[in-house]
Design a protein around this ligand. Structure first.
Ligand SMILES: [Zn+2]
Length: 338
């Protein structure tokens, strides 16, 4: 049994995945055609080719460009179903997925109806459970985030379990969002923040001390601060690592440079994620395969990373036990891949 087949067969959990960055190419192409296309986009292959980045700001620019093809509630339902089906086909059984409804506010679409449309689409795929995490988008500032949070409260019954801030971390530090995070906790939401991706350790400290997040998104550049690594190790704060994403956006130059080796040695709580898999052309299988190749991550460590994703999730305690049992009793669990 080769490693890629082994990891593909096992049930997997994703905790850092953006729904609008995970749209299968044929589904996104359907939207490009629906809205009259783009002269520079003659084919689905050209669309795929457009999804390459010089650096992190260029990635954000491309993200915004891509979103122009999502315009109606039906589009959200369609992409949500397509993403869920694509993940289920890869044996991803549970995901806590970001969606960014504020990106679409200027189109006149409301946060609540976008949320309901996403939920309708996700629920069409029985093989996977997807909980929603609203990205309040730091670029729009804390007032916009506070307003979005109030709207979000009304649709908690749509399986919205948490909030986070993504976007241009290098330009928008976490501290101004402290009150929004406090309020989110009062409403019962769990919290994370992109930190240590496009900015350095100070941003991770801000997410921890000021926002008091439950999890850190990326945390790649936490490696630059030994005191921070000690803190993360002592507290066991979960970090959602996204190694291939970090290469694609220029945070690191190659997978070999990713700090996962250091994090595992120090006993940090980490899990592996794809971030925006159709924008980075990656899968969870690719992520684990690359870590095995470039960081000598062993089979035992891979299994621990799969368990860590379940334990770091925001699912209920009994659901975690059930997911762990499903994983450990899988026919592949005790197979040693080559
Ligand atoms: Zn992300």
């Amino acid at each position: 049994m080769i490693f890629r087949e082994w990891i593909a067969a096992l049930p997997k959990v994703e905790l850092h995945l953006h729904l609008e960055g995970a749209i299968p190419y044929d589904a996104l192409w359907r939207l490009v055609e629906k809205y009259g296309g783009d002269e520079e986009l003659p084919s689905v292959e050209a669309l795929r080719g457009r999804l390459e980045y010089r650096d992190f700001p260029h990635f954000i620019e491309t993200w915004i460009w891509k979103n122009q093809f999502i315009r109606e509630y039906d589009d959200f339902e369609m992409i949500a179903e397509a993403v869920a089906a694509d993940l289920a086909q890869q044996n991803v059984c549970y995901a806590e997925a970001f969606y960014s409804p504020r990106d679409f506010a200027k189109t006149g679409l409301t946060l609540s109806e976008i949320t309901r449309a996403m939920r309708r689409g996700l629920d069409k795929v029985a093989e996977i459970e997807v909980a929603l995490v609203a990205d309040l988008i730091r670029d729009f500032g804390p007032d916009s985030a506070a307003q979005a949070l109030d709207e979000l409260r009304e649709v908690r019954d749509q399986g919205v379990i948490g909030i986070g801030i993504g976007g241009s971390e290098q330009d928008f530090p976490p501290e101004p969002f402290a009150a929004v995070y406090d309020r989110a906790r009062c409403f019962g939401f769990r919290t994370n923040a992109h930190a240590g991706e496009a900015a350095g350790p100070a941003s991770v400290w801000g997410a921890i001390r000021t926002l008091q997040v439950d999890r850190i998104g990326h945390g790649t550049r936490a490696v630059e601060d030994a005191e921070l690594l000690d803190y993360l190790s002592e507290t066991g704060t979960p970090i959602e690592l996204c190694p291939i994403s970090n290469v694609c956006t220029g945070v690191i130059q190659s997978i070999g440079e990713h700090p996962i080796g250091e994090y595992l040695r120090r006993g940090l709580t980490v899990c592996i994620n794809t971030d925006d898999p159709k924008m980075f052309h990656n899968t969870l299988v690719d992520e684990f395969d690359q870590l095995r190749t470039h960081h000598d991550v062993t089979t035992e460590q891979t299994k621990a990373l799969l368990e860590s994703a379940i334990e770091s999730s925001w699912m209920a305690a009994d659901a975690k036990i059930a997911r762990l049992s499903q994983l450990r009793t899988h026919e592949m669990w005790n197979v040693e891949p080559t």
